[in-house]
Design a binder for this molecule. Structure first.
Ligand code: GLY
Length: 407
């Protein structure tokens, strides 16, 4: 098999410290670009077969697996965009119109959320579902809903601190000054809103939030904490913290991946070279920290890192960001790294040997710090794995779905 590690897949799966195994083991790179493409096609075929079998029985929004079966969020939580998004991607790859129908039915269930101002996740919710829905179908209802969601999101902007508040209902004091690196992924909804409405205020807020994130999160070595707190009344910085990473001074790998992807996107949308430099610094840190098995450890700076549990979803998000970064920075080494990561995910993280599994990819970690969701499947892992593979196999179609253009 192309890109196969010369230890059995079983060994990597059953060894919590997979990095320890792989670090002392020779990795055989994909023999050729053709082998790499075959691996990606085989994985996309596997994904479509799995989705054909599982999707008709899915009743709400897959959130996390327990013993390989999806458990659901009824209203979509922060993850409700990924299931319709995955179905859109499956429809693109397979041409099967049943996926389109299922994607629309699932996206429709998010409708009440477009007016919500309770947290910052409106980009995660509405970009892969409604923005993509509009781009693929031309149906005005998806575009209008995404614009409403952007209008809801900017209500969370704190002028004094120049940040979008992550958590907590508006008007309540809890988390009022809390910013998280994940929010970088919600900004493209604002760029979309400015482009569609002709009103710059959405993009201005996105740029301003991204500048704040660069200023307070990114350390000299390119790593980031998960959280940074401000005084919400004065806008003065308080300091770093974490919720999903090991500590305020560590580097949660999925957060780092959100930053790589988000800063690259913001460079494309604004043209500000600061965001390109930031994406590169964050990518360079993560690539230095990546072990030879090419699957990120859950936190690059946790005490047991790199010999600790993995997060395949961090790898999938990071690979998408690196493919984008390679193009806009004109640096093929980022694309090569992305291909290595995607190949490793295809070779060592798929659920392919299980007859029970409902997801496409295993070995995800939701929140190791809270001991909540280790060695699980996650809907964002599946979504970004498929996005990454299709960015390689069908770049034009992916551009059509998610808009990879630059200003
Ligand atoms: N945005 C939450 C997470 O990545 O788990």
């Amino acid at each position: 098999m192309a890109g196969m590690v010369s230890v059995s897949r079983r060994t990597l799966l059953t060894t919590a410290a997979g990095a320890a195994v792989a670090a002392t083991t020779t990795i055989t790179p994909a023999a050729s670009a053709a082998d790499g493409l075959r691996t990606f096609r085989r994985t996309a075929d596997y994904a479509v077969t799995k989705l054909r079998a599982v999707a008709p029985g899915v009743t709400a929004f897959p959130e996390i697996t327990r013993f390989e079966k999806w458990t659901y969020s009824q209203n979509g939580g922060w993850i409700g965009g990924f299931w319709p998004g995955t179905l859109w991607l499956a429809s693109i790859y397979s041409g099967d119109t049943r996926f389109r129908t299922l994607a629309m039915a699932s996206a429709e269930k998010l409708a009440p959320r477009q007016y919500e101002t309770r947290d910052h996740d409106l980009g995660f919710l509405f970009y892969p579902s409604w923005v993509t829905g509009w781009r693929l179908t031309g149906d005005e209802k998806w575009r209008a809903g995404a614009l409403n969601a952007a209008a809801s999101l900017i209500q969370r902007y704190n002028e004094k601190g120049r940040f979008i508040r992550a958590w907590g209902a508006l008007g309540t004091p809890g988390n009022a000054g809390r910013v998280i690196v994940d929010t970088m992924m919600n900004l493209d909804l604002l760029a979309f809103a400015s482009k569609q409405s002709g009103d710059r205020k959405y993009l201005d807020i996105a740029v301003s939030h991204a500048k704040t994130t660069e200023r307070v999160f990114v350390r000299p070595d390119g790593s980031t904490p998960h959280v940074f707190d401000f005084d919400p009344d004065t806008g003065a910085g308080i300091g770093p913290d974490t919720v999903q990473g090991y500590s305020p001074t560590s580097c949660w790998s999925r957060g780092q991946a959100w930053g790589i992807y988000g800063f690259t996107t913001m460079y494309r949308r604004s043209g500000d070279p600061l965001f390109l430099r930031t994406a590169r610094r964050m990518a360079d840190f993560a690539l230095r920290a990546l072990t030879p098995d090419n699957v990120p450890v859950w936190d690059y700076l946790a005490p047991q890192a790199p010999y600790d549990i993995k997060d395949s979803s961090a790898g999938a998000v990071m690979a998408c960001g690196l493919l984008d970064l390679a193009k806009v920075a004109n640096r093929p080494q980022y694309r090569e790294a992305a291909i290595r990561i995607l190949t490793a995910l295809c070779d060592t993280c798929l659920t392919a040997n299980s007859t029970r599994a409902e997801a496409i990819m295993a070995r995800g970690t939701r929140n190791r710090r809270a001991e909540d969701g280790v060695e699980v499947s996650l809907p964002y892992g599946d979504y970004y794995l498929l996005e990454g593979i299709l960015r390689v196999l069908m770049p034009r179609e992916i551009d059509r779905a998610i808009d990879l253009s630059s200003v």
